[in-house]
Ligand binder design. Structure first.
Ligand SMILES: NC(=O)c1ccc[n+]([C@@H]2O[C@H](COP(=O)([O-])OP(=O)(O)OC[C@H]3O[C@@H](n4cnc5c(N)ncnc54)[C@H](OP(=O)(O)O)[C@@H]3O)[C@@H](O)[C@H]2O)c1
Length: 252
């Protein structure tokens, strides 16, 4: 019998409680990886772990706030205790607590959004490295956004943070270029999740335009992102690094 493509691998996925993170967690588990699911909501994590186990996979939940160093360090320690190491990290936890023009927006909401999408990604990446080095190889996949290239009104914090994430990926890839640890960015384009439900609702109410109303775009379900995430997780040790892979249908 042919082995599953992620047989023997351990994947840590942040923001795995719902949306894109959950879809990637379930796809990686089906591909044979043991999954370490991280997010803040314990109830959502428990649901994902139960779904993976019911499908015959292996997973644990580690409630984690990725904006704080100690919980992120503990996340990787738990992965090692449960499954013996870490091979794949999906930096997926993200969100937008701001959604206001710069002029009228709340500085606390701006900072919180940058803290989650950029600082949280930095901590998740940094704390993964000793564990990936211990394995001699690893894949880091950061979920970016087209907003980090183009931006849009009312998305200054989210766009700036995602632009920063893109550069974080590139710098990390250069720093790790002589190792077998690759770092890439996956841009999903518009996906129907809790994060975007509000964007869609507001646009419908105001008649405003969003990527969801752009007839050129592919409006996805979270499951549609999983094949590209699986492709990136199954590349060779000396495979692509410092690159952006996108599912969008517009020039970024
Ligand atoms: N949906 C899209 O159209 C789209 C497009 C481009 C990029 N993205 C990116 O894709 C990623 C996933 O987004 P999504 O659309 O799937 O959103 P989502 O359904 O809202 O999921 C976000 C996940 O991140 C977790 N999270 C939020 N804050 C966290 C924190 N401080 N610590 C740990 N986990 C945290 C959430 O769980 P808790 O709240 O329980 O912590 C949840 O599991 C994000 O990075 C987002 O920017 C999405």
């Amino acid at each position: 019998m042919q082995q599953k493509p992620l047989h023997g691998k351990v994947a840590v996925i942040t923001g795995a409680g719902r949306g894109i993170g959950r879809a990637i967690a379930e796809a990686y588990a089906a591909a044979g990886a043991a999954i370490v699911c991280a997010a803040r909501s314990e109830a959502q994590l428990a649901e994902v772990v139960a779904a993976i186990q019911a499908a015959g996979g292996r997973a644990i939940a580690v409630p984690t706030d990725v904006t704080r160093l100690e919980p992120v360090e503990r996340l990787y320690q738990r992965a090692v205790e449960a499954f013996g190491g870490v091979d794949i990290v999906v930096i997926n936890a993200g969100g937008n607590m701001d959604r206001m023009p710069i002029e009228t927006g709340d500085p606390a909401a701006w900072l919180a959004t940058v803290e989650l999408n950029l600082n949280g990604a930095y901590l998740t990446l940094k704390c993964a490295l000793p564990h990936l080095r211990a394995r001699g190889a690893g894949k880091i996949i950061a979920i970016g956004s087209g907003q980090g290239r183009r931006g849009s009104p009312g998305a200054s914090s989210y766009s700036a943070a995602k632009a920063g994430l893109s550069l974080l990926v590139r710098v990390a890839a250069q720093e790790l270029g002589e190792t077998n640890i690759t770092v890439n960015e996956l841009i999903p384009g518009p996906v129907r999740t809790a994060l975007t439900a509000d964007v869609e609702r507001r646009a419908a109410a105001s008649g405003g335009t969003t990527p969801f109303t752009n007839p050129v775009e592919w409006i996805k379900q979270p499951e549609d992102v999983a094949p590209l995430a699986l492709f990136l997780a199954t590349q060779p040790d000396r495979g692509p690094t410092g690159q952006t892979f996108s599912l969008m249908r517009r020039d970024m």
